[in-house]
Design a protein around this ligand. Structure first.
Ligand code: BTN
Length: 221
């Protein structure tokens, strides 16, 4: 689908600041200023995988792109993976991977962190961090990245040929807490209800008192 070019750097502030165009993948051994969603920091322990890539995508379909990106991480990890909406990836209820999507000029920069060997130990989190190694999954960072790009490419092709439906179906197979009571918190409000699924744009469907609300953004607890 895309003729990917991969560059590996030794040390960067953030791999997401090094990507200047569509089709380029930048990884680094060390990140000194890794960033996460909602203004948070991404603690970048050496031995883990940090990479970013540029991708041109219709802006109105960003929700679909986010589903494709997260699904591809889960599929690369395998059947122990779960996706916590919108796109944290968990193993055994703990976070192994985070995804940050940013819009720059006429393309998106997608940054992905995967805890391959170790995880930052932060007390008091609802979803504590873990690593693939700590959960008994052996992975090599270069092989993981290679497999991720192949899986992403395969899913982009599936999406182009058959639309969002098969992507959604596959995403839901990995969904964390599907059918359960959840709370979604964003800057302005907290919504509570049963996690019913996602719509074609990747919005979360929350049912409460027989009414379904579509959630655009937030943290699920
Ligand atoms: C999150 O869960 O908050 C998203 C974390 C995204 C971290 C990755 S690591 C590679 C890329 N470079 C960054 O500075 N952030 C992303």
């Amino acid at each position: 689908m895309i003729d990917w070019q991969w560059v590996e750097l030794e040390e960067v502030g953030s791999t997401s600041d090094e990507v200047k165009k569509h089709g380029v993948v930048v990884s680094a051994l060390r990140q000194t200023d890794g960033r996460g969603r909602m203004g948070r920091k991404w603690e970048s322990v050496e031995g883990n995988l940090f990479f970013s890539f540029g991708i041109e995508f219709e802006v109105s379909r960003i929700g679909q792109l986010i589903l494709i990106i997260g699904l591809s991480v889960a599929e690369t990890i395998g059947n122990k993976a779960k996706i916590k909406w919108p796109n944290d990836v968990l193993v055994n209820g703990k976070k192994v991977s985070g995804i940050l999507v940013e819009k720059v000029d006429d393309f998106f920069i997608v940054g992905i962190g995967v805890n391959i060997k170790s995880s930052p130990k932060i007390e008091g989190l609802i979803y504590p961090a873990t690593s693939l190694k700590e959960e008994g999954i052996e992975a090599d960072r270069a092989e993981f990245l290679n497999q991720y790009i192949n899986t992403l490419d395969k899913n982009l092709e599936l999406w182009q040929k058959e639309g969002i439906e098969p992507i959604k179906t596959n995403w839901l197979k990995y969904a964390h807490n599907l059918g359960k009571m959840i709370k979604v918190k964003n800057n302005t409000q907290t919504n509570e209800g049963i996690f019913q699924g996602i719509d074609d744009n990747g919005l979360l469907l929350l049912e409460n008192n027989n009414k379904t609300t579509k959630i655009i953004a937030g943290d699920v607890t």
